[in-house]
Ligand binder design. Structure first.
Ligand code: NAD
Length: 473
């Protein structure tokens, strides 16, 4: 392939990985090219006045596929972002949506900015201006292209984008669905902020339910007590680490952040680390761990599970030989390059791939989009009814047995599901069901021996089916 002497771009890396699945499926070259090609990318330069001076900002929005609409994908604000990166991330969105059966095409956006260098007011003006450009150029609307949060953006930016769209399209009754990841008070859905991290944990739990996969990875059964290294304690990493720490009793023995690594062999308290970062804007000085400025070395700590949750290209051909884990869970997009993936495969290190692992975000974004179109909160109609039926059932039990049900029974049976319960249940179901689809391919196709190829096989089969159904070929 001629990629040995230079590092591949992010897009090339994704495409080479996809090629493995296209080869397994023996997909025609022309169709393969159509699946991999990015439909369109827009580059926008726009001026904003900051402190009395004009600054010109550059942003991109890429639509990789629109076989299903809207196309969906986050918008990142980062000091390093470029067209290739946005196109690679848009492609990942296409495959991700297919894997978890979210009926969207793939898209992604990026704005070249270090958000930490600007005030809230400046960021609001920059975000609104970027959104206006995207809306005017047909790259943002509830029906065609719906952004969400990503690196450097969150519900605050999503609320500004939704409000900008509403002002430009007051006649659109579905305006709130033009973006997901909004605050709950502005049409957001409960559980979206934590969804990607929670989805990562649901994926890991499902992996541990499959004894043969756990054994093949060289791990002992059970997530409890497993030694985990987490890279990135932002939105995705924080919620994933918090759940693993508090609910699964795993040990987060190291946290790699942009300014170094914290290590504590007994396990770090995630809430305490997070509070420290919020207060001091750095992991440095955290009292219950040793600190080293050499963050990259943290990835090479011996552990059971390594979770890169920061950004792309963190495990490359330079450090892949030194990685000492049994399982890599790709919470970030593209953290392992194609070359590193080849090395890790040869070393029999199991990888749960990004396009599956971090799909919890887009899954709950899908729930939010549906909620916005329905104009009603999930569970609003049924909750009281379910509680009443539960109470009646308890009374019937009591009448039949002559015994008072235990307190926990009363609590469990006589409560109806609220929106958060439903979102978590839908997310768990999605992550479990998708894992089982990957597993089916792994177990039934002898040409597939890794989860990444299995995930792309699953995605490509669905994408080709959808193209055939709508008569593209
Ligand atoms: P974020 O900005 O909230 O957090 C990123 C974290 O990584 C920050 O704490 C940052 O300090 C840290 N970081 C940055 N560079 C680093 C480096 N070189 N080494 C170590 N740490 C570093 O972003 P996020 O939303 O958590 O996204 C993280 C990754 O997950 C990205 O790849 C993103 O595309 C992917 N992702 C995010 C979502 C979502 O819903 N937010 C969904 C799917 C995928």
């Amino acid at each position: 392939m001629g990629q040995d002497n230079k590092s591949l771009s992010f897009s090339e890396s994704v495409n080479f990985m996809v090629d493995r699945a296209l080869t397994v499926l023996e997909i025609d070259e022309g169709i393969s090219a159509a699946i991999k090609a990015c439909n369109s990318t827009i580059k926008i330069n726009f001026p904003v006045e900051i402190n009395g001076k004009i600054e010109v900002f550059t942003g991109w929005r890429s639509t990789h596929s629109s076989h299903r609409l809207p196309s969906k994908g986050g918008i990142r604000f980062a000091p390093i972002v470029n067209e290739d990166e946005v196109e690679a991330l848009a492609a990942l969105m296409t495959y991700k949506c297919a894997i978890v059966d979210v009926p969207f095409g793939g898209s992604k956006g990026g704005l070249l900015i270090d958000p930490y260098q600007y005030t809230r007011d400046d960021l609001q003006r920059i975000t609104r201006r970027f959104a206006r450009e995207l809306i005017r150029k047909g790259f943002l609307s509830p029906a065609t292209n719906v952004p969400a949060p990503d690196m450097g953006t969150g519900e605050r930016e999503m609320a500004w984008i939704a409000d900008t769209y509403k002002h430009l399209h007051p006649e659109d009754i579905n305006y709130a669905a033009c973006v997901t990841g909004k605050p709950v008070a502005h049409g957001g859905i409960r559980g979206r902020t934590e969804a990607t991290g929670r989805g990562v944990v649901y994926a890991i739990r499902e992996f541990f339910r499959h004894a043969d996969d756990v054994k093949a990875a060289g791990l002992t059964p059970g997530l409890g007590g497993k030694r985990i290294v987490m890279q990135g304690l932002g939105n995705v990493g924080y919620y994933a680490a918090k759940l693993l720490d508090e609910e699964d009793e795993s040990k987060i023995i190291a946290i790699v952040e942009r300014d170094g690594v914290l290590v504590n062999d007994e396990g770090l308290c995630i809430e305490n680390v997070r509070n420290h970062i919020n207060e001091h804007k750095t992991i440095k000085g955290f009292p219950d761990a040793t600190f080293s400025e050499d963050g990259a070395s943290g990835l090479e700590i011996e552990c059971d599970i390594l979770i890169p949750a920061a950004m792309e290209a963190q495990i490359t051909k330079e450090n892949a030989e030194r990685i000492k884990t049994k399982l890599i869970v790709e919470a970030a997009n593209g953290p392992v390059t194609f070359e590193a993936d080849n090395i890790l495969r040869q070393r029999d290190i199991t990888i749960l791939p990004d396009a599956y692992v971090n799909a919890g975000g887009v899954t709950v974004s899908y729930f939010e989009w549906v909620r916005n179109l329905a104009h009603i909160r999930f569970g609003r109609m049924e909750r009281q009814h379910d509680e009443m039926r539960g109470t009646q059932m308890l009374q019937a039990l009591e009448a039949m047995t002559g015994k008072q049900p235990e307190e926990w029974m009363k609590k469990e049976l006589a409560s109806g599901a609220d929106e958060l319960d439903l979102v978590r249940s839908g997310l768990d179901d999605t992550m479990r069901g998708s894992y089982q689809q990957l597993k089916e391919v792994l177990d039934s196709n002898e040409k597939v021996d890794d989860f990444r190829t299995a995930s792309y096989v699953v995605a490509i089969q669905k994408i080709v089916r959808s193209y055939i159904d709508i008569g593209v070929y």
